[in-house]
Design a protein around this ligand. Structure first.
Ligand code: M6R
Length: 511
């Protein structure tokens, strides 16, 4: 038996089974499912009856696959809270977590719905719903370009995904705009005209994307915004408004906490919008409107193109909110879209600096800790950069708003502390320079990532990385590139597993 998820009542089940004389070999909830099924088989049930009886007793989230000794033409799968899909081959059938996992075998996929379970033989599949009724779920043909999962000549998926960002963002911009990319083309349900606030919920990197977007929604649409981490939001008692728009951001569309947060507000807010990368995912299906970021499969556990593509779609949503609320005219939106058309080229220019980033990463890899600083939209980017460095290189890294430095973190600064400052030469730049000087006065090693004007003004820093001049709205996407490359090359220098960092899963389908 294979199990992804958590069985919340496994201790009670375990005690029950132990009382009936069954012996356990491990402490896992997974073994409990296997033994419970075995117990049902021993009482004379067929495999299908045994699984049906087991499923009735399980609380929690799971995707399950069962094989039975002596039944070589039978596999049973079940899903509740975790994704599961059936693949159709010629004279063979498959179970997988999603279309990407199944892509090397087949392009014919049936997605199981919440509570479904399926009996597979080589000849086909019979799907039952949570009530045990036969269910008819459609089989879809997945586009192989969407499921293409090779490294395209790169050493790692992460390297490929970083490199393809200019083309990903260009394509996504094309999908969401019309008239030669001069006007927005978002689905009808995307409407902010009567909303009294925007609530954005996500986890990890998606959460940092929403934190950047908060600045944009406030600036472009003048709408109050709250952002929260899904695992907190779902257990808070958020004050909901029936005029609010809820935006749920998830690359996989299957993150358990984000899905639970979505369900928490469904029916209580004016509308829910999903910003997702997998159009068949649970969050895509359960939001009122789902907008794809069109990033293509993201295989590396560390999100890179997913992040910048989320930012792009959130920026388009902020422009739409500005338009709907009368803060922006069509002409102003058009002008912003014109600016956005320059984004792929600017990201390509940022990518050109990879050799300098690599050299810097070799030095950074010697350190134990790192601090990232940023102001305005660069603050959430500092948080994202720190997350990336932690998850890839296992170095301790923190992101701070530059202005917070003197409220505590400055105590950490000494000659061994690298401080990476993300600071385009914008309206807030002078303030960031003062923060950098505070670091340098305490022998901190400042690595400044800025444009030429910013680097010239900064004086003598420990290391520098030059970025192209970027319009303010594009800076978070462009500056994400050196942050991603820095964590990638630091991980390489430290010899960690880039695509599959320890202890992490690509899609966190349990809370
Ligand atoms: O699939 P999601 O966008 O919902 O995933 C959310 C986080 O688990 C994810 O962003 C995670 O933080 C990544 N490992 C970051 O690189």
């Amino acid at each position: 038996m294979v199990h992804n998820g958590i069985i919340e009542n496994f201790r009670a089940l375990r005690e029950d089974l132990a009382a009936q004389g069954l012996a356990f070999e491990s402490e896992t909830d997974t073994e409990t499912i296997a033994l419970l099924t075995r117990h049902h088989l021993d009482s004379g049930m067929t495999p299908v009856e045994a699984v049906a009886a087991t499923l009735k007793r399980l609380d929690g989230a799971f995707a399950l696959a069962f094989l039975f000794d002596g039944h070589d033409d039978l596999m049973i799968g079940a899903r509740k809270g975790s994704p599961l899909a059936v693949g159709h081959g010629k004279g063979e059938m498959y179970l997988g977590s999603d279309a990407i996992a199944l892509a090397p075998m087949t392009d014919q996929v049936t997605y199981l719905e919440e509570g479904d379970w399926v009996v597979l033989t080589r000849a086909g599949a019979q799907i039952y719903d949570a009530q045990g009724r036969l269910a008819n779920r459609p089989t879809t043909r997945i586009r192989l370009d969407q499921a293409r999962v090779d490294k395209a000549g790169h050493k790692h998926f992460m390297a490929k995904e970083i490199a393809e960002q200019p083309s990903v963002l260009a394509a996504s911009l094309g999908f969401h705009t019309a008239n030669g990319q001069t006007s927005l083309a978002l689905p009808e349900g995307v409407d902010f005209s009567t909303c009294d606030r925007v609530t954005m919920v996500a986890c990890g990197t998606g959460h940092y994307a929403t934190q950047v977007a908060k600045y944009w929604f406030e600036q472009l649409a003048g709408v109050p915004v709250e952002t929260d981490i899904a695992s907190e939001y779902r257990y808070r008692q958020p004050v909901l408004s029936d005029k609010a728009v809820g935006i749920f951001v998830s690359q996989s569309g299957e993150t358990a906490d984000t899905l639970a947060a979505l369900r928490h507000v469904t029916g209580k807010v004016a509308r829910t919008i999903g910003v997702i990368n997998v159009p068949t995912s649970s969050i895509a299906r359960e939001t009122d409107v789902a907008l794809s970021i069109h990033a293509g499969p993201e295989i590396s556990v560390a999100s890179t193109k997913g992040f910048t593509a989320q930012l792009l779609v959130l920026l388009l949503l902020a422009l739409k909110a500005g338009l709907d609320r009368g803060r922006l005219t069509e002409a102003q939106v058009s002008a912003h879209l014109e600016t956005l058309r320059g984004l792929p080229a600017l990201m390509a220019q940022a990518l050109d600096h990879e050799p300098e980033v690599e050299a810097l990463a070799v030095r950074l890899a010697e350190s134990r800790d790192a601090l990232f600083l940023g102001r305005g939209v660069m603050y959430p980017l500092a948080l994202e950069a720190a997350l990336k460095l932690k998850e890839l290189s296992y170095m301790h890294a923190e992101g701070y708003a530059s202005g917070e430095l003197k409220h505590g973190p400055i105590a950490l600064i000494d000659k061994n502390m690298p401080v990476i400052v993300l600071a385009p030469h914008d309206a807030l730049y002078d303030k960031t320079v003062s923060n950098m000087q505070e670091v340098m006065a305490r022998q901190g090693q400042v690595i400044l990532i800025s444009d030429r004007a910013g680097l010239e003004e900064a004086g003598d820093v420990w290391a520098r990385l030059v970025m192209p001049n970027v319009p303010d709205l594009l800076a978070p996407m462009v500056y994400a590139v050196p942050a991603q490359l820095l964590s990638y090359h630091t991980a390489l220098a430290r010899g960690t597993d880039v695509d599959q960092p320890r202890n992490l899963a690509k899609s966190v389908t349990v809370e």
